[in-house]
Design a protein around this ligand. Structure first.
Ligand code: URA
Length: 274
């Protein structure tokens, strides 16, 4: 296996970063400084050191995380908690989030140290569907649903959104549903909204534009007050995970996700069987 791959798959950092570590002389193979990232090593017998500490090979890791509202999808933030803060005592150095959820969005977020996996899921041409459950102030008439399904303009200078799927679940007055809507303090909802219409449902999109679901619904007059990603492709959020909890993806889940892209075959280690 290549030295840079070994280090990336041992949670030292992304491939690009570990290459610079190697070139800068921070890595030794069997006691000797090596500055060539492409060198082949034997992960079972060679001793690899990074900054003079022996590196244990972890392999590729794939986490399913149930993101709570209120935390940022980023590695570091000076003000807010980040999704990485939920991975206490786990070496997350080379691990990154696959796509992003807004601060106030909950639900399914994947994290991995496998760049190819990220690419397969995020590359727009792969059209991997993501489904979101929402509550919004407003109502969705037949015409609005058609527009969401066929494509809609959500911002100046932007092209039409790709066809989406919309399934309305509940609609009525806010006062009748207020106990069902998990409104976060982030949203400014009070008694003046009691007689406003509300609607809940599922919106499935295959793109990943910024705030896309909120902007699509806004374009048909709906103001999102709760948003949760429930699935990516065939992978559903494991509802047994409490908010803020995570688990490894199973090998079957990984293959299923990749199968939806391009039938990529990968060697998976470090996968828990559940
Ligand atoms: N669309 C949004 O508006 N927000 C998210 O977090 C994800 C999709």
């Amino acid at each position: 296996m290549r030295l840079d791959k070994f280090l990336a798959e041992s949670s030292i950092g992304r491939r690009k970063i570990v290459r610079t570590y190697i070139k800068e002389g921070m890595v030794k193979v069997n006691g000797e400084v090596i500055t060539e990232p492409a060198i082949e090593i034997k992960e079972s017998s060679d001793i690899i050191e990074y900054l003079d500490k022996v590196v244990a090979y972890t392999g590729k890791v794939y986490y399913m995380f149930n993101k709570p509202a209120g935390c940022i999808t980023a590695r570091k933030d000076t003000v807010n908690k980040t999704v990485f803060d939920f991975f206490d005592n786990v070496n997350m150095n080379g691990v990154f989030h696959v796509g992003r959820l807004d601060k106030d969005t909950e639900g399914l977020l994947l994290l991995t140290n496998d760049g190819e996996f990220e690419h397969q899921l995020m590359y727009p041409q792969k059209h991997v569907e993501k489904t979101y459950f929402f509550w919004a102030l407003g109502s969705l008439e037949e015409e609005d649903r058609k527009q969401l399904e066929q494509g809609i303009y959500i911002g100046k200078g932007e092209i039409l959104t790709k066809p989406a799927k919309i399934e309305v679940q509940k609609c009525g007055m806010y006062k009748d549903f207020k106990h069902e809507i998990p409104i976060d303090t982030l949203y400014n909802i009070d008694s003046k909204h009691y007689n406003q219409p509300v609607v809940s449902g599922y919106l499935t999109i295959s793109e990943g534009r910024k705030h896309q679901v909120k902007r699509m619904l806004k374009a048909v007059g709906c103001y999102v007050v709760y948003l949760k990603r429930v699935s990516i492709g065939e992978l559903m959020l494991d509802e047994s995970l409490e908010k803020g909890q995570y688990r490894f993806l199973t090998e079957m889940e990984i293959q299923k996700l990749l199968g939806e892209c391009d039938q990529v075959k990968i060697n998976i280690r470090n996968i828990l069987t559940i």
